[in-house]
Design a protein around this ligand. Structure first.
Ligand code: URP
Ligand code: ZN
Ligand code: ZN
Length: 607
């Protein structure tokens, strides 16, 4: 990590005569790492853009040359989750857009994505503009914005449209927690997902069951548990995992891509992994805190220490959690990393001295994320440098549609580059970090590997370890909807999920699920399938639980053969011929054929 800046006074825009010397840069002899591979190559930068990548480059005289022998040349980090200058829980975060982005640069992150969070009833566009005003003149590195949907109405829907169309926003965060403040109901979530899908946006969720948390908090306080440990006890792991599962189900019903922010527990990570295996388009974002420390700190006898770790969802007391999440990250069960950098000083945390529910939620990480993931992911042998790049920048750039401008080292990309020294060793401490906060939850962790140079838009902002951040140097990066990385998958799923109505002579059978009408009483592996029959407005309706893979791969709805005959691979089973009409049953009960486990599991969507 870069050495502490000499002064905390913001440096303003760089004078032009100093800028020009930095406009042409040649990085020689390094190993260029992208998310999909490593090559020995030189990189030439001009006017903030990568102009050449290769060997024996011919470059203009007078260019600054940086020797990167023995170092990795990697894309600048993208932190997908920060809260700078956020008014929250009766106070405002310690880091503003300058100190926060300076800390980001010091750690090798050159782009952050912050959250514009409207208060309940506030215009989303107005909140977006507020965040732009706070950030534009302060950011020392580039930034983009997610917008939170904290209430629901036709106006909110119209504003989501406007944000995507006119303001460069392609992601919306919905809260399943913070009841009475930001939490949406399940119906509202469902509709918000539907809207995101229509707009080509990514739906993000803070996944915790806010209703349960509220009840648990009451019980704990009544029992006299007022300290930070109550925070974790009020929202144990299953409260997070349940919400992740619920969000996946709701999003899948409308084929909306889902992004689970701050994955904090093993079971939440497992739900994401399992849903991905079922073919659902879902991404999981563990954060520096969940990958590198744990929730035992809530039981520390020092209140200040314990309170400093309070964030939601909480860190988990199970100390094997960080390693486990790192394994999921290494294997693409989880895809990318943020920090949820949301800092409050010890004095600010004291707002909740006698009541853990009032401790401002948030921890640091924007400066430490890259080094921690290198140490705990690469040095530990769980991932190679290419995967490191994928999870610290490339996947973020792809999901939020900034790729290949950001997240890769290629001709035409922004010159956001870190020269990463695998031999650099430093121990994290609040005494030397660049954040404005007075505590560091990673205090004492030694990281092997860190940024020697950080280049943001072609400018050397960390130079041989010295931070030279410039206030207002960064820009807002608009993000367009329908990111191909996300929506190509969504579109393909759409094709296999078409509702298919089967025309029949005689009795009419409406089909609510495409797999049903020609489903045999037993599947090829001998399991039975559950069918429910009912009569709706005189038309029989067939309902079944099944998976789209099941429909697509089993071909139960094969069309007729070319000669017009019945496809002989289809079942001979006929619903209308062999099943009693439930309407005929005197008690009008549903007929069922039981099937335990349809191949592919259950992930039925109807859209
Ligand atoms: O504790 C947290 N995470 N604070 C920031 C707000 C949020 O939920 O992301
Ligand atoms: Zn959150
Ligand atoms: Zn957050």
């Amino acid at each position: 990590m870069a050495a502490r800046a000499q002064s905390t006074t913001p440096v303003r825009k760089v004078p032009i005569h100093l800028q020009s010397a930095q406009n042409r840069l040649l990085i020689k002899n390094g190993k260029v790492v992208n998310g999909d591979g490593i090559q020995d190559a030189d990189v030439y930068i001009e006017e903030g853009i990568i102009k050449q990548v290769g060997n024996n480059l011919i470059v203009p005289g007078g260019s600054r040359v940086i020797d990167a022998r023995g170092k990795y040349v990697i894309p600048g980090g993208i932190d997908t989750h920060t809260h700078l200058q956020l008014p929250f829980m009766g106070t405002t975060t310690a880091d503003d857009f300058y100190t926060g982005t300076r800390a980001a640069l010091a750690g090798g992150t050159t782009t952050i994505i912050d959250f514009a969070i409207p208060s309940k009833g506030q215009s989303l566009v107005e909140a977006y503009k507020q965040w732009r005003e706070r950030a534009d003149d302060k950011v020392a590195c580039d930034y983009a914005l997610h917008v939170a949907v904290t209430w629901w109405s036709p106006e909110v829907q119209a504003e989501m449209e406007e944000l995507c169309r006119d303001h460069g926003v392609n992601s919306f965060k919905m809260f399943m927690a913070y009841k009475d403040l930001w939490q949406l109901s399940d119906t509202e979530l469902f509709e918000a997902f539907e809207k995101c899908k229509e707009l080509g946006a990514v739906a993000q969720v803070h996944a915790e069951n806010g209703d349960i948390i509220k009840e648990n908090c009451k019980k704990l306080l009544a029992a006299g548990v007022t300290g930070p440990e109550g925070h974790e006890m009020s929202r144990p792991e299953e409260v997070e995992a349940e919400a992740v599962n619920r969000a996946c189900v709701l999003a899948n019903q409308v084929n909306c891509p889902l992004y689970v922010v701050h994955v904090m527990s093993k079971s939440a990570g497992e739900v994401v992994a399992e849903k991905r295996r079922q073919g659902i388009v879902v991404y999981g974002e563990p954060i520096a805190a969940s990958l590198a420390t744990d929730g035992k700190h809530y039981w520390n006898s020092c209140w200040r220490h314990a309170a400093a770790h309070v964030m939601g969802p909480p860190l988990r007391p199970d100390s094997t959690t960080p390693d486990y999440l790192m394994d999921l990250l290494a294997n693409d069960d989880l895809q990318l990393t943020g920090t949820d950098h949301c800092t409050f000083s010890s004095a600010q945390k004291e707002i909740g001295k006698g009541d853990f529910t009032k401790i401002p939620n948030g921890v640091n990480g924007v400066e430490e994320r890259m080094s921690l993931i290198w140490e705990k992911g690469v040095v530990s042998g769980k991932m190679d440098p290419a995967r490191f790049v994928a999870v610290t920048s490339m996947n973020a750039a792809k999901i939020f549609n900034m790729y290949p401008k950001k997240g890769c080292i290629a001709v035409g990309s922004d010159a956001d580059i870190v020269i990463w020294d695998p031999k650099l060793e430093h121990t994290i401490s609040a005494a030397t970090h660049h954040s404005a906060v007075d505590f560091n939850i990673f205090e004492g962790i030694t990281c092997r590997g860190g940024p020697e140079y950080v280049i943001a838009n072609g400018r050397v902002t960390v130079d041989e370890g010295q931070v030279k951040a410039v206030q207002g140097y960064g820009s807002f990066i608009p993000t367009a909807p329908f990111a191909p990385f996300v929506y190509d998958a969504v579109t393909e799923r759409e094709k296999v999920h078409q509702l298919i109505k089967v025309e029949r002579e005689g009795r009419i059978v409406a089909v609510r699920n495409a797999v049903v009408p020609v489903v045999p009483p037993a599947t090829s592996n001998g399991e039975a399938l559950e069918l429910n029959l009912s009569s709706v407005n005189g038309v029989e309706e067939v309902v079944a639980a099944a998976d789209h893979h099941f429909a697509a791969h089993q071909h139960f709805t094969r069309p007729p053969t070319s000669s017009g005959g019945r496809n002989m691979q289809d079942t001979t089973f006929s619903l209308s011929a062999e099943y009693p009409n439930p309407a005929d049953e005197s008690d009008n009960k549903r007929s069922t054929i039981r099937v335990k486990a349809p191949p592919g599991g259950h992930s039925t969507g109807l859209w």
